[in-house]
Write a protein that binds this ligand. Structure first.
Ligand SMILES: NC(=O)c1ccc[n+]([C@@H]2O[C@H](COP(=O)([O-])OP(=O)(O)OC[C@H]3O[C@@H](n4cnc5c(N)ncnc54)[C@H](O)[C@@H]3O)[C@@H](O)[C@H]2O)c1
Length: 467
């Protein structure tokens, strides 16, 4: 591991204290508190509990706590639960034994480790909203003791742990690095991804000093297969920015190319598949209706904010975010264009939107591109229905069963490739219930060879005439 310049060499006394805490972590006699039990914090706290740590889950939302208690959000634990039913039940009962959840902050009294997993969204003006983070720091400050460890996992821009988190925690009268350990370790969970379970995703660990990195690394090595220590808090923070901006710009690249390839009569999906046969230097990304969720659409704006404050413009990153943000409008545009080819007017047409969440098989509607698509369609048509098997949210569109939503529509737009649509033979349903529709497929999901000839099929990233 590289050492950051300027780090202090610690005395034998400090080294002894660090070793003591590491031993307690190894013996699993530390109490771990996770603050924020959302899409990240709930699986994370459950993973500590699954591995035998006495775990405290603290969340200010009583609705969230009640959903967890009633087992309503067990699907969010996919990335840590075994597949077979017997093992799954056993793991769930281990988690229930070790995880205590509450919205009363006194529960944090016994914590030796504080893991911060609260939201870091954007304000209206696209700058970081760090209110959840600062409030959480103030809560921790009340319960911070000597020889405790604070780990921030929420996504923030490089420098924020030191500039924002550290001074707030030090209001306790304790000093970061000397009295308590301070680490930043970005969460890299991919909700719904069964292949890359939380245990299998390597954990990046940065710290205010070497001891903080050591202690946090010891903790994570008890629950994940691989820990990657880095030389500073800033490198750990920047790693998360790089990963998500890498996704944002590559998605933007393929989205931009797909619009041009459509015009040239080139199939983008086939082109990406062909490029993917290159055994090195290429990573496939696919066109889509835009990006959503609590990472890709907002993380670039965290770095852009920091860059602007430092007098730098990261135009390339900004442009990429903008391209992705405009994709829902492009989807509406191609729907209109396709309707025009069959002499239908968008204002007199009826629409069905299939899929509202931002991602396949994941119940998360934050920043979903479906919201923009539905809103734009509702501006021009009075007859817009939407259906999603995972959520009742339709952003003002009427809803019904899948069949009711499809029935008799002039234009059907598939925005999310939920397994449910495959399981319910979506092509057969469309053939039967909307045999004269225009069908816009934004995910290359529909098997167009199964469609009736009367249906005008258009796939994002494919030329109009291609089926
Ligand atoms: N969702 C993802 O896929 C993902 C992946 C990697 C990293 N992240 C990052 O992880 C962080 C958390 O994201 P999330 O998706 O879990 O958010 P979330 O909105 O799903 O959950 C956050 C939880 O924190 C709670 N909370 C808010 N303020 C609190 C406070 N003061 N004290 C205690 N609890 C509080 C909320 O009630 C909510 O239950 C964000 O910084 C996000 O960028 C998210």
């Amino acid at each position: 591991m590289l050492q950051k310049h300027g780090q202090k060499t610690n005395t034998p006394k400090v080294q002894y204290r660090t070793e003591m805490l590491k031993q307690k972590i190894k013996d699993k006699t530390v109490v771990v508190a996770v603050l924020g039990l959302g899409h990240v914090g709930y699986p994370m706290s459950s993973l500590f509990a699954k591995n035998g740590f006495q775990t405290i889950g603290y969340d200010i939302s009583s609705k969230r706590l009640s959903d967890i208690n009633q087992g309503k959000v067990i699907s969010e634990l996919t990335s840590i639960l075994p597949n077979d039913e017997t093992h799954k039940q056993k793991t769930l009962s281990e988690i229930a034994n070790n995880l205590k959840i509450s919205n009363k902050e006194e529960i944090l009294k016994s914590a030796d480790v504080f893991v911060v997993d609260v939201p870091t969204p954007l304000k209206e003006n696209e700058t970081p909203n760090l209110l959840f983070l600062t409030k959480t720091c103030k809560t921790i400050t009340k319960f911070l003791r000597k020889e405790t460890l604070v780990i921030v996992e929420s996504t923030i821009y490089p420098g924020a742990t030191e500039e924002i988190v550290k001074p707030l925690l030090e209001e306790s009268g304790l000093h970061a690095g000397d009295d308590f350990y301070l680490s930043f370790s970005p969460e890299r969970i991919d909700p719904g991804n069964k292949k890359w379970s939380l245990e299998k995703i390597p954990k990046i660990v940065g710290g205010i000093n070497k001891e903080s990195v050591d202690v946090a690394s010891s903790l994570f090595s008890q629950i994940v297969e691989k820990v990657v220590p880095v030389s500073s808090l800033q490198v750990a923070e920047a790693t998360k920015m790089l990963e998500n901006i890498f996704r944002s710009v590559n998605i933007a690249l393929v989205n931009d190319l797909s619009k041009f390839f459509e015009k040239m009569g080139i199939d983008t999906w086939e082109t990406v598949a062909a490029a993917s046969t290159k055994p090195f230097g290429f990573l496939p990304h696919y066109p889509g209706p835009g990006v959503g969720g609590h990472c890709i659409p907002k993380d670039p704006f965290y770095l852009l904010y920091k860059a602007r404050k430092m007098g730098t413009n990261l135009e390339f990153i900004e442009e990429a975010a903008c391209i992705n943000r405009n994709m829902p409008l492009y989807v509406v545009h191609i729907a209109e264009e396709t309707l025009n080819t069959c002499n239908k007017n968008v204002r007199e047409s009826s629409f069905a939107v299939l899929g509202v969440t931002y991602k396949k098989d994941v119940l998360d509607i934050r920043r979903t591109p479906s919201k923009t698509v539905i809103t734009e369609l509702r501006k021009v048509s009075k007859n817009v229905m939407a259906f999603d098997p995972l959520t009742d949210e339709t952003f003002g569109a009427k809803t019904g069963s899948l069949e009711e939503t499809i029935k008799g529509k002039d234009c059907i737009i598939l925005l999310v490739n939920h397994s449910y649509f495959r399981e319910n033979s979506i092509e057969d349903k469309i053939n039967e219930l909307a045999p004269n529709c225009c069908l816009i497929d934004t995910r290359n999901f529909i098997d167009s060879s199964k469609l009736k000839k009367s249906i005008i099929y258009r796939c994002l990233g494919k030329p109009l005439k291609s089926g």
